[in-house]
Design a protein around this ligand. Structure first.
Ligand SMILES: C[S@@+](CC[C@H](N)C(=O)[O-])C[C@H]1O[C@@H](n2cnc3c(N)ncnc32)[C@H](O)[C@@H]1O
Length: 226
């Protein structure tokens, strides 16, 4: 398991290496890199490299290069998952978080600018702020979120944001770890009313970036009854 609490996390993606600086001493959880974002990134990297498509159950999911897809990450923190997705070909991606986390995010985007080839787009986005969401012109084909379910009060807002942002035929990619039993219960009860939920089997995660507590889910919006 390649997780570390060292000040700099190195995340190899394809033939590149992202270098992400974290500050575990800050009062904002978003200034640390959380393992779920690495699990999510490396799961996608693992299957992005597998061909022929017949041997790859995730071929359409990870086919980021062939058609233009708009993506957004919620609660991106230091930006590990979003930057990895950009390297995997999801180049139209906006990384979002609350205002106090923006300096750490922008610092890391600048730090990796050469590897990424450009400064990625960022936006302040609070999950209960419809105006902020509308300004980003949803729908998005892919909504990404890693380790974002830990406060009961914001679990409902998070599902509302996912529902508002993702296209009817789009996907939510969620890296999940249980942090709070109350938030967990509410989040999953509500998610089931809005989304069809697919859990990625653990054996499909990247073997070097998998551990018992971290799960990957793929959400698709439930079809509306006519
Ligand atoms: C545990 S951190 C995970 C950060 C990053 N995704 C990772 O895995 O390294 C949770 C993130 O969700 C963000 N967050 C929490 N509540 C939020 C809200 N109501 N609106 C927007 N972002 C929120 C936090 O600021 C933080 O960056």
């Amino acid at each position: 398991m390649k997780f570390t609490d060292s000040p700099v996390i190195e995340l190899p993606i394809g033939d590149k290496v992202l270098s992400i600086q974290q500050d575990n001493g800050s009062m904002h959880v978003g200034t640390s890199v959380w393992p779920c974002s690495l699990v999510l990134a490396k799961f996608l990297e693992r299957w992005a490299g597998v061909s022929p498509s017949a041997a790859n159950p995730y071929s359409s999911l990870v086919d980021f290069g062939s058609k233009h897809r708009r993506a957004i990450e919620l609660g991106t923190g230091c930006g590990a998952a979003g930057m990895a997705l950009h390297l995997l070909g999801l180049t139209d991606i906006i990384l979002t978080d609350i205002a106090p986390v923006m300096p750490a995010l922008k610092h890391n985007l600048k730090r990796n600018k050469q590897t990424l080839g450009k400064m990625l787009k960022t936006s302040i986005l609070y999950w209960n702020n419809a105006e902020q969401m509308n300004s980003l012109k949803p729908p998005f084909d892919i909504v990404v979120a890693a380790d974002v379910v830990y406060i009961e009060e914001s679990a409902v807002q998070l599902i509302g944001a996912m529902e508002a942002l993702v296209a009817d035929d789009g996907l939510v990619l969620l890296g999940y770890q249980l942090r709070s039993p109350e938030a967990h219960k509410l989040f999953w009860e509500m998610s089931e009313t809005v989304f069809e939920i697919e859990k990625v089997p653990h054996e499909d995660l990247h073997p070097d970036y998998a551990y018992e507590e971290a799960d990957m889910y793929i959400f698709r919006k439930k079809k509306k009854q006519q």
